[in-house]
Design a protein around this ligand. Structure first.
Ligand SMILES: NC(=O)c1ccc[n+]([C@@H]2O[C@H](COP(=O)([O-])OP(=O)(O)OC[C@H]3O[C@@H](n4cnc5c(N)ncnc54)[C@H](OP(=O)(O)O)[C@@H]3O)[C@@H](O)[C@H]2O)c1
Length: 263
């Protein structure tokens, strides 16, 4: 794999290209995962887009194919490890390898801690933390075989600050950022780079009700003075997926308009 450090690229912008790379994006049916799938495809990657309901991915794979890239959809419930193994086998059979994994799928509990039930806790942990962990290890096998890979986990500013009703979500996002560091330490010698991408509130379908209630409050805490749109994340994701970031691992990149800095 070419990277900036080996002098093989005469133009720095070429190191951001993803031509010939194969990517898996989970949580691709809407919001951030959908936008990042299109962003990686625009930069040159072929993509396997995943969610539980495959029919929700039909429009997306048509859009990716219209960009001239290969796109396949895969139905998966990430809380089931055997289904992640099925996805790994599908990627190996269809593409032979995997260069990029974006772990975008999550389940967000919005409830006061006193009111949070065991089923909500389990669903949240199983989808967002267990699902991310085993997507990293099981799909990471393909990267290990190749001696190269780029994993991006969706964290959040909730990894660093929080608000009432988000105890479970905030705990999971802090865990995602720390898991990212742990895996970066284990896997650096295998050529697998793993980083987190951490937005503040982004205008996505699942955040419609939250933003209806709290948008003004969130905006007042963002120095750049607005909520993020999904497109705000594209360049950061392409950077972390591309050879341009080959000496970056274990990092949480906040794309948050200054939210964390303000505290
Ligand atoms: N939106 C924000 O303000 C914001 C801010 C910071 C961080 N984030 C993080 O960014 C990521 C994307 O956020 P988002 O708001 O765009 O979407 P989201 O509502 O957090 O996630 C929805 C996606 O996850 C998939 N999904 C849910 N449960 C699943 C399961 N058990 N197995 C497989 N897929 C599952 C859904 O597809 P199906 O329903 O079809 O399965 C959908 O594609 C998440 O990790 C989120 O925590 C979001």
């Amino acid at each position: 794999m070419s990277h900036p450090g080996n002098g093989s690229s005469s133009n720095i912008l070429d190191t951001f290209r993803l031509d010939g790379r194969v990517a898996v994006v989970t949580g691709a049916s809407e919001g951030i995962g959908r936008a990042l799938s299109l962003g990686l495809a625009a930069a040159g990657a072929d993509i396997v887009v995943c969610s539980r309901d495959k029919s929700k991915l039909d429009g997306l794979i048509a859009e990716i194919r219209a960009l001239g890239r290969r796109a396949e959809s895969y139905s998966i419930d990430l809380s089931h490890v055997d289904q992640i193994e099925g996805l790994r086998d599908f990627v190996r059979d269809e593409f032979g390898t995997l260069h990029i994994l974006i772990n975008g799928a999550a389940y967000t509990v919005e409830a006061y801690a006193w009111d949070t039930t065991e089923p909500e806790w389990n669903k949240s942990i199983d989808t967002s933390l267990k699902g991310t962990f085993f997507a990293c290890t099981i799909l990471g096998e393909l990267m290990r075989e190749a001696g190269y890979g780029k994993i991006i986990n969706l964290s959040s500013t909730f990894a660093r600050s929080t608000m009432p009703t988000r105890s479970v979500y905030a705990a999971i996002k802090a865990a995602i950022s720390h898991l990212t560091e742990s895996l970066a330490v284990e896997w650096g010698s295998e050529g697998i780079r793993i980083n987190s991408l951490a937005p503040t509130a982004v205008r996505t379908p699942s955040r419609k009700e939250f933003l209806a209630k709290f948008e003004d409050n969130v905006v007042s805490r963002v120095p750049l003075g607005r909520i993020a749109e999904t497109d705000d994340l594209l360049a950061a994701a392409v950077y972390l997926a591309s050879p341009a970031s080959d000496f970056v691992t274990g990092h949480t990149l906040f794309v948050d308009g200054g939210f964390v800095a303000k505290g």
